[in-house]
Design a protein. Structure first.
Length: 258
């Protein structure tokens, strides 16, 4: 077993541990697919977090032994489709997904984080796509997701140079949402996510769907998707009940929100 899962209130923490350096094998990715599929169907989970269980590493990068075997046409343990399936799930599952980067996230590790909805990074963390340095290119979405996230020019620079990006720069260029302290990092992640995790799960799922799918659609079609999801929520009983409560609180002077 490479993945362990614990739940803190509405936040599920999936921790990857494969000493000594947390290389991501095909077998470990195959296991991750099962973890994500189970969490996607869990109505008690509002947010899903991935983090590393080996000090200094989120996911170092894809397992080099697997890559060598694949290059020679030799079989490897696990399902070769698991990389695309796992990253697709991180993007499409109902819950917002978060990469809690507590160390090195290079190559495939960076690509896993790019498929997540949000990225939080420890002060000692660093990210990068170093594939060109060994004569290849990112193969799990790095050339597509990174430029879409941080812009084509900066994305091209990082992919073509292969250089690592430290935590503060990750935030500066929009690669990460926040830098959090190394000491007690996971606790800080859980605290940072509380304002998201306490929101209605249906609204989180719809908002994520509108954002993620909308980015791949022409603007007019994205607006159409947003309208459709808005109507579905607005006509649901949960939204009507929550809005009644908000109006009551507003009338009594107790609300600082809607």
């Amino acid at each position: 077993m490479f993945w362990s899962v614990e739940q803190r209130d509405k936040i599920a923490l999936a921790t990857f541990s494969r000493p000594p350096r947390n290389f991501m094998s095909v077998a470990a990715m195959t296991e991750l697919v099962g973890v994500l599929e189970e969490l996607a169907d869990d109505a008690s989970v509002a947010v899903v977090v991935l983090t590393g269980g080996v000090p200094g590493y989120f996911v170092a990068h894809a397992d080099l032994d697997d890559l060598t075997k694949l290059g020679r046409g030799e079989p490897v343990e696990g399902d070769l489709r698991s990389w695309s399936r796992a990253l697709g799930l991180l993007e499409s599952m109902p819950q917002p997904t978060v990469a809690a980067i507590n160390g090195q996230a290079h190559g495939g590790g960076c690509e896993i984080s790019l498929a997540c909805t949000l990225r939080l990074i420890a002060g000692s963390g660093h990210m990068g796509q170093p594939e060109v340095m060994v004569g290849i290119i990112p193969g799990a979405g790095g050339t597509q997701r990174l430029p879409r996230l941080i812009g084509s020019a900066k994305g091209a620079e990082l992919i073509l140079s292969g250089r690592a990006v430290r935590a503060e720069e990750c935030v500066d260029i929009g690669l990460a949402n926040a830098v959090l302290p190394d000491e007690g990092f996971v606790d800080h992640v859980v605290g940072w996510l509380q304002p998201i995790a306490r929101q209605p799960r249906s609204a989180l799922a719809a908002a994520k769907k509108a954002i993620v799918e909308g980015l791949h659609l022409p603007f007019v079609e994205g607006m159409r998707l947003e309208s459709q999801l808005f109507i579905e929520l607005q006509t649901g009983q949960e939204a009507l009940d929550l809005q009644d409560k908000a109006l009551d609180a507003y009338a009594s002077g107790e609300s600082s929100g809607l």
